[in-house]
Design a protein around this ligand. Structure first.
Ligand code: TMP
Length: 407
């Protein structure tokens, strides 16, 4: 367990702004409910100088990103098309050829790098989780099955030369040694090289009340303010930002060596909007904390009312995010009988902490519950799109964003 009461970037004391109680690992799906389970206290801190919103304690990375790590990117068509668009964005921004070199940190099952591979652009994925790394390798993608670090960055630079582009999607927010990471990325980049990364966006979490973005793997929730603070320490700056709808609201940040490119006006516009939202002020997160407590209570109450009314309630999407909700609000198999999911790595297992059984989403249509909690709310369009019949036949969806309500 890595516990810090100090900011991982600035070493300033952290202000405790949110307490989500005892939690298991977000992705700690269980083969049997008799297994011993790891638990820790999920608390968030804010550091006013670095503007970094971060976990106070985080389980060891090896506990989370092991060989059987269950998260696979290619379980969603929306995510597949998102990464195809991200590829188009990268090659639109930087001309890449057979002489270029692209590195992706946390390449998962190869959902993004496969496009570079298909265009014969030399690439390397760095992926610690063996199971998903092998899936990518089987698609013909070059993968180094390691945790990314400053040392690995230096080794990649030595073995392959400098990179034109470094990419990371939903990865940097997982890595606690953020300054080492930033300096490792800079080591790998050519003088005019760029870093493009995206992660769930703190501004969206605050606006939507999506506290389920907070779990063990997300040690940071970034904003343009904090990304600026991190990278200025290694001589890099934001040159572009662009909002993404993925993961319930993400930000794509493009960075380069300071002075190498002139920043797009989108950067200063986003920073102004963040100051207006109060993302530089601990009090904003304390107000958020009250909203989270209300949201958890209301969800539990709604599910209890449905149970009293004799309704059968299930959930859709065994998301790591929903682990936070169920364990914070005290929602178990007595309130949600089953979770439907399409990941082969999750079906037949149990949700972390509260042990709700997970079954294949193919059973949803025939088994239709009266009400379904849309745990994978970030895939609303895709999931509701394929189950239009459910609503027509009287089934109801419930969500917790931006507040607990029926859809
Ligand atoms: P994510 O929000 O972290 O991407 O997780 C989404 C989860 O929902 C993942 O376990 C896959 C699952 N899922 C389905 O079961 N059916 C679907 O149609 C989609 C889009 C996701």
């Amino acid at each position: 367990m890595q516990v810090t009461e100090r900011c991982r970037l600035s070493d300033d004391p952290l202000e405790l702004v949110l307490d989500l109680g005892q939690q298991p690992l977000g992705n700690g799906f269980m083969d049997s409910i008799n297994q011993a389970e790891f638990r820790y206290t999920l608390q968030c801190g804010f550091a006013p100088t670095s503007k970094l919103f971060q976990l106070i304690s985080q389980p060891e990375p090896e506990l989370m990103f092991h060989g059987k790590y269950a998260f696979m990117s290619e379980t969603s068509e929306h995510m597949s098309s998102h990464f195809e668009q991200m590829f188009t964005h990268v090659v639109g921004r930087k001309v890449l050829s057979a002489d270029s070199f692209v590195v992706e940190i946390g390449s998962n099952d190869g959902i993004l790098l496969k496009h570079f591979a298909a265009h014969q652009i030399p690439h390397l994925g760095v992926e610690p989780a063996e199971y998903v790394a092998n899936i990518a390798k089987n698609k013909g993608i070059r993968v180094l099955n390691k945790f990314f670090s400053k040392e690995i960055a230096a080794q990649i630079h030595e073995d392959y030369g400098a990179a034109d582009v470094v990419l990371a999607a939903n990865v940097l927010c997982h890595i606690p040694s953020i300054l080492d990471l930033a300096s490792g990325i800079k080591t790998m980049l050519k003088a005019d090289g760029i870093l493009i990364f995206e992660d769930p966006y703190l501004g969206d979490v605050i606006r939507l009340g999506s506290y389920d973005q907070i779990y063990d793997e997300h040690v940071f929730l970034f904003s343009a303010l904090s990304v600026t603070e991190i990278f200025k320490r290694v001589g890099m700056e934001l040159i572009d930002v662009s909002h993404q709808t993925t993961h319930g609201g993400s930000m794509r940040y493009t960075l380069a060596r300071t002075g190498a490119y002139s920043p797009n006006p989108s950067v200063s516009a986003l920073i102004s909007s963040e100051l207006a939202l109060g993302l530089d002020d601990a009090r904003t997160f304390m107000v958020f904390s009250d909203r989270v407590k209300e949201s958890g209570k209301k969800l539990r109450q709604t599910l209890e009312d449905l149970r009293s009314a004799g309704k059968r309630v299930a959930a859709y999407g065994a998301t790591s995010k929903s682990t936070t909700i169920y364990n914070f609000a005290g929602i178990g198999a007595d309130l949600i009988s089953v979770i439907y999911d399409n990941s082969p790595t999750k079906i037949g297992r149990y949700s972390p902490g509260v042990h709700i059984p997970i079954v294949s989403e193919s059973e949803f249509a025939s088994d239709a519950p009266d009400v379904t909690f849309l745990a994978a709310w970030n895939h609303q369009q895709e999931i509701l799109g394929k189950h239009q019949r459910y609503g027509i036949d009287g089934g109801r969806w419930i969500t917790h964003v931006p507040q607990v309500r029926f859809l």
